[in-house]
Design a protein around this ligand. Sequence first.
Ligand code: SAH
Length: 242
Amino acid sequence: MPKILITDKNRKFIVKDENKDVHTNFGMITAEDIKKAKPGDKVKSNKDYVFSVSEADFIDLYRKIKRSAQIIPLKDIGFIITETGLNKKSVIIEAGAGSGALGCFLAMICKKVYSYEIRQDFYELVKKNISYLSLKNIAVKNKDAKIGFDETDVDVVILDLADPWELVEQSRKALKIGGFLVSYSPTIPQVMDLTDRLGEDFTYIKTSEIMEREWEINKRKVRPKSQAIGHSGFLSFARRIK
Ligand code: SAH
């Protein structure tokens, strides 16, 4: 893992190449200082700002992945994991991949992720993000998910595309009996069309919206932050029973 430099205001800089000086808006840190530093050490920039050195974790790199389509926020990924009980034995499918944000995060949790993306440019981007994060257990395919999934007997199918109701039958074929169908949609008409389509093959579980309210903690100024993340999407869950 590369090193990261963290300021006392929690600004982070990932060291991409230890042989090069790192230029930040808090000044420049020399390659020589960075190379010598061990986790826990401090380095100083030419503008006298102090940085703490540590090793980057998955989440540090994840937050820097390249983005194209709107990516799913972490709060929603957390809910998908807990509601479906995703774990190291799980094999899952996601469509569409977008930037691969959801798929890459879940690859850290699951045994295997199969990811479908219809657009060639997004598919290329996902491949770049997978290699940047050094993930080996996610396979991205440049395919239209409407044609159907190649896999069967999977534990979870996650749909994040505009018309999830068009993929219910394909998802049923790919899921094991008892497997979960998860759909992430920004609007309620999408949720309505999806749940209408579930029929007798699925048992509908629920639709939820996750709200995160971050607080500002600054001496006696302790209050919800004035700027918050607005609406992201509704998460719908169903289970294959037939
Ligand atoms: N969850 C993703 C974002 C998905 S955006 C992330 O976190 O990064 C929705 C994506 O679905 C877009 O990239 C779009 O190109 C893709 N898509 C739409 N219809 C599709 C289809 N039929 N098959 C595969 N991908 C599709």
